[in-house]
Design a protein around this ligand. Sequence first.
Ligand code: MRU
Length: 352
Amino acid sequence: MIQTLEWTDSGVRFVDQTKLPTEETYVTCQTYHDVADVIRNMVVRGAPAIGVAAAMGIALGVKNSEASTIRDLSKDFDQICNVIGKTRPTAVNLFWAIRRMRGKFEAMQAQPLPQIKEALIKEAQHMHAEDIAANEAMGRHGATLMPSSGGVLTHCNAGALATCGYGTALGVIRAAIAQGKNIHVYADETRPFLQGSRLTAWELMKDGIPTTVISDNMAGAVMRQGKIGAIVVGADRIAANGDVANKIGTYTVAVLAKEHGIPFYVAAPFSTIDLSTPEGSQIPIEEPNAREVTHIAGKQMVPDGVGVENPAFDVTPSKYVTAIITELGIARQPYQEGLRKLGEKQPALSIK
Ligand code: MRU
């Protein structure tokens, strides 16, 4: 299995996703600032992976702290969370992870500092293991929704590389294939950062899963040709009403799916569901550098002076979402009710 990120004795190690698919190289972060940089620079990306990277970054920062009193360590802790919390705004898993690490830190206040440090490292490692278990559970639930054969379209990368392993949307596909379903994946290339062609295609090829990359603007045509039996994507944040923020272009795919009568599924761990955000319009959308759109492989493709927009994500209204697959089960319309009910099952997940 690809090790997207892992805690090691020499630091937090990441596969460098900016170099894929042509180079499989790894970077090891020795400080929390390094971890903040790899999140910001897309060395690691994908909501669940960002969350666990943040937790490991916090654990690393606390481990390296020279504070000798709990008061000073608390100050360092706040500073670390502040830096890590400013890396990427949309994936709610980042803030979920910070909250969870803070909860652990606060619960340990009365303990000696070395024990606090150890507990935070353990918590981050536990979150890593939990993420893989959640993906496998999502796979078990979601596989039942996949067609027994034919094309399944996905957008961006919601695979092993976007998580600690196995993947959310790609985990559902992996589980369906493991059950004997004969699935062929259609991967949208996902302009402008090309997570679909660079990352989804790379990890599916590694697993021997039949994959065809299409340009984003082909999605409607392949649906019309009857090649797609289902669509499954991941999410960066799901509002309480079931609106889904995911990679830019997801909304277009969902609307096309409705037109063609194709089920549109979203697979995400419960840590991606933000019950405190009532609806999708309130989700902050990251706007990366316009150069992602204006340049391809360093070559300018847009004349100077032209306006460029580059939102990293869009919001798909819940009316287009057939079902939301989580590790706790499947939610359907009305999502307000369905997601709240699933939430009541937490913490249902046990780690082997
Ligand atoms: O900008 P990215 O590459 O971090 O965006 C990733 C996505 O939009 C994924 O679909 C989402 O995070 C789900 S990953 C399981």
